[in-house]
Design a protein around this ligand. Sequence first.
Ligand code: TRH
Length: 370
Amino acid sequence: MPRRLSFDIFCRVIDNFGDIGVCWRLSRQLALTHDVRLWVDDLHSFARIEPAVSSGAAQQTIERVRVLHWVAHMPLPEPQQVVIEAFACDPPADFIQKMALAGTLWINLEYLSAEPWVESFHALPSPQASGVRKAFFFPGFTPGTGGLLREDGLTAERDAWQTNPQARAELLRDLRVASTSIASVDTGALLIMLFCYANAPATQLLSALQASGREALVLVPAGVCPGLARGRHGQIDVQEIPFVSQHDFDRLLWSCDLNCVRGEDSLVRALWAGKPLLWHIYPQDDEAHLHKLDAWLACSPFSGMVQQAIRHWNDGNIACFAPAMSQALQGNGWNAWKTQSARWSDKLASQPDLASSLVDFCLKYSVKAK
Ligand code: TRH
């Protein structure tokens, strides 16, 4: 039996859904074996990706995770053995004092990056004036990092899903996609997820699809790409779909032929789908995000043409995006992209997953037994 640990996970929603998206996946996975308390300051955002969440509840238990609404001046319980602050979100000062007395291990779970320096910073201690033992934990794409979130049995579930077109059709029906559109996908139209930030050159994506001569159904989650007209654009059909749970979001990505994803969590989930993807990276000051993007492209197996398309999807060079993209969608370019995506997914899935690495790390740091 693996040793049972206890975790507090602190999540502050800065914007969008990635902060809570990552924390919720990690919480659920750890809660299968361990005791997990998740502190979240914004239950409304949480409820968008997890319909079981009641946004008015101070405390609730969902999938074995005790969810606390994190507000100022709330009563603070005794800390668990391990406190994870996601993305440097600062647990309350009074709680940190309690952690010092309790001998808690404090982990700063960092943002995902493929930059080479990550390996040398992963798992380093971060000495604290309070005396609490603290360490950095970096997700990443190589075995020298903390890895990527991946649930046990995920790839087997994905494989079973991808060999069952009926499951895809049912999911699309549940999302109120027109039956004629579902039929077109069944007969070969490309199914595309479009989840990106507002400045993505989405119109140029449609031009690239038109130039490739392929029929396509583009699914756009509610509120995404508000400037892109829904409806028919030549042989391309753009349909809005409601936000779904993370569980269904994964299955949507497994169902699509091309996943346009963004931020951090949906990128990882698109990698697990094993299909071609366009990543719209979260924008940062001084174009730091483009360095992160280049580092990720450098570790990807994608051809120069696909790398160019992904680079220009992000860097505002709209004129160069559409030609690279339309080439990437055709013939050998497209077939190679599909094969490389599936192989990269398998390769990444052969490495330890983030939750298991984190638990191993905590045990090695000899967490105080309760
Ligand atoms: O929402 P994001 O843009 O989040 C971003 C990034 O994480 C970024 O790195 C961070 O700095 C910023 O937030 C604050 O993209 P991301 O990371 O892909 O998160 C989206 C989450 O929403 C992911 O967990 C999937 C989930 N989701 C659903 O569950 N259902 C849906 O229908 C959709 C569209 C998304």
